[in-house]
Design a binder for this molecule. Structure first.
Ligand code: NAD
Length: 322
C-alpha cells in the first residue's frame, strides 16, 4: 500500500519504532504476535541492525499475524499512529536511570525533531530511560500537546508489583489491582492503601481468605518491584520482554481507543499541586494519548512520597537545557 492510498481509505495501523535494539525489536515482535499493528517500521541509527531485525521478524510471518515490517527512516513516521521512542543507551550494570540522562537526552534532541518534522498526529510513546525526564524532554522538544506525549512510566513497575502480589496470594496478576506511581526509578511509590484482590483490600483478603502481609513483607515486595531492573540487568544485561509487552498494551489502548487506565507518565498539570513535571499516575489512555489523569485518595505518607518523587524528577529535568 502506498502512503497516498493509505491516507484516503481506512488505513492500516502503523507503529514506528525509533531504536531497534533489545526493547524496540522485542516490542515489534510482540506487536507482530498480537496483531495490533499492520505496519511496523524500525528506524535506527544503525541501519543494518534495523534491517536485520526486520528480516528476522518477516521470516516469522507464516506463523504470526500478517503485517508489513521494514527498516525505514523518519519519513515513514508520516502516517504512523504511534511512534515509540526506544533509542538510546541502556543502563549499565549498577548504573541508575538518572545517570543515563545526559547521554539519552542528547539522543532525543536528535530524533524528536526528525519525528515531528514528518508527523504531528502520532502519539509519541517514550520508553527510553530515564523515562520521566525524557518524556518531559520529548514533550518540550516536540511542541506537541502534552496529552500526545506518553511515557511507559511505571506500567512496568506496576506489572512487577501485581506479579509479586499475585505470587504471594496465589492469584494471577491480572486479578490483582494495585498501582505504583511517581518516578519510573528509585523513588517510585507503591500504593498499598488501594491495593486489592477481588475488591478486597489486602488486609481484608488475608483475614477472610488466609495469608499474611506484615510491614516487612510489604517492604520486601516494594523493594523487589523497585530493584527488578537492576536484578535482571545484573543477570542478563538488559530487560526487554516485560517492557515490550507493556508497550504493546499501551499501543493497543491508543489505537483501539480503549480508555484504559494505565500507570503511564505524562505532564502533571495541577494534580496534587504538581506542575511542570512528567511522572506516572493512573491515566486514561485512548486515541488522544493520555486524555486525563485519575486522582487517587492517597494517604499522607503516599502523598509525601509522590511529592518526593516529583522533586527528584524535576531536579533531573533542571539539568537539561530544553
Ligand atoms: P539497545 O542498546 O539494545 O538499543 C538502543 C538502540 O538505539 C540501538 O539499536 C541504537 O543503535 C539505537 N540508537 C542510539 N542512538 C540513536 C539515534 N540517535 N538515533 C536512532 N537510533 C539510535 O538498548 P535497549 O536495551 O533496547 O534499551 C533502550 C532504552 O530503553 C534504554 O534507555 C533502556 O534503559 C530503556 N528501557 C526502558 C524500560 C522501561 O520500563 N521504560 C525497560 C527497559 C529498557
Amino acid at each position: 500500500m502506498t502512503d497516498e492510498t493509505a491516507t484516503t481509505s481506512k488505513r492500516a495501523v502503523r507503529v514506528a519504532i525509533v531504536g531497534a535494539g533489545n526493547v524496540g525489536a522485542t516490542c515489534a515482535y510482540a506487536l507482530l504476535l498480537n496483531g495490533t499493528a499492520a505496519e511496523i517500521v524500525l528506524i535506527d541509527a544503525n541501519r543494518e541492525r534495523a534491517e536485520g531485525e526486520a528480516m528476522d521478524l518477516n521470516h516469522g510471518m507464516p506463523f504470526t499475524r500478517p503485517a508489513r515490517v521494514w527498516a525505514g527512516d523518519y519519513a515513514d513516521c508520516a502516517i504512523a499512529d504511534v511512534v515509540v521512542l526506544t533509542a538510546g543507551a541502556a543502563q549499565r550494570p549498577g548504573e541508575t536511570r538518572l545517570d543515563l540522562l545526559k547521554r539519552n537526552a542528547a539522543v532525543f534532541q536528535q530524533i524528536v525533531p526528525q519525528v515531528v518534522q514528518h508527523t504531528r498526529e502520532a502519539i509519541l510513546l517514550v520508553a527510553a530511560n530515564p523515562l520521566d525526564a525524557l518524556t518531559y524532554a520529548a514533550w518540550k522538544t516536540s511542541g506537541l500537546p502534552a496529552s500526545r506525549v506518553v511515557g511507559s512510566g511505571t506500567i512496568l513497575d506496576t506489572a512487577r508489583f501485581r506479579y509479586l502480589l499475585g505470587q504471594r496470594f496465589g492469584v494471577e496478576p491480572r486479578s490483582v489491582h494495585a498501582f505504583i506511581i511517581g518516578e519510573h526509578g528509585d523513588s517510585q511509590v507503591a500504593i498499598w492503601s488501594l491495593a486489592n484482590i477481588a475488591g478486597m483490600r489486602l488486609d481484608d483478603f488475608c483475614r477472610m481468605n488466609g495469608g499474611t502481609l506484615d510491614a516487612e513483607a510489604k517492604r520486601e515486595i516494594a523493594q523487589n518491584a523497585r530493584r527488578a531492573a537492576y536484578d535482571i540487568i545484573r543477570r542478563k544485561g538488559a530487560t526487554y520482554y516485560a517492557i515490550a509487552a507493556a508497550l504493546v498494551r499501551i499501543i493497543e489502548a491508543i489505537v483501539r481507543d480503549q480508555n484504559s487506565v494505565l500507570t503511564v507518565s505524562s505532564l502533571a498539570e495541577n494534580v496534587y499541586g504538581l506542575n511542570d513535571v512528567c511522572l506516572s499516575l493512573p491515566g486514561v489512555v485512548n486515541r488522544q494519548g493520555v486524555s486525563r489523569v485519575l486522582l487517587l485518595p492517597l494517604d499522607a505518607e503516599e502523598r509525601g512520597a509522590l511529592e518526593n518523587s516529583a522533586r527528584i524528577i524535576r531536579e533531573a529535568i533542571a539539568t537539561l537545557s530544553l
